[in-house]
Design a protein around this ligand. Structure first.
Ligand SMILES: [Zn+2]
Length: 87
């Protein structure tokens, strides 16, 4: 008998107001060249949307994980939400 268990993980995310002048493609190829794991950086951490190689990603801080990338849409929502939370 096979059973499937799905775990749901909650992450606390904060937007980091920082724009990078390096594309996702450059970032991943640099890490690959240095032998650093680049898993997870090829897509938005929040919505899993795959980035194009020439996309300039936004940073988010993920509690327990560190800095990850987010797409523009998620970043916009995140900034709006955190403005509401902090006001
Ligand atoms: Zn997203």
């Amino acid at each position: 008998m096979k059973i499937t268990k799905t775990t749901v993980t909650e992450y606390e995310v904060e937007p980091l107001i920082m724009k990078w002048h390096i594309t996702v493609g450059q970032f991943i190829s640099t890490r690959k060249r240095l032998g650093i794991n680049s898993e997870g950086y090829e897509k938005c951490f929040i919505c899993d949307k795959q980035f194009k190689d020439d996309f300039y990603p936004s940073f988010i801080s993920v509690k327990g994980l560190g800095n990850m990338f987010a797409c523009n849409e998620c970043m916009k929502n995140l900034i709006q939400n955190s403005l509401i939370e902090h006001s």
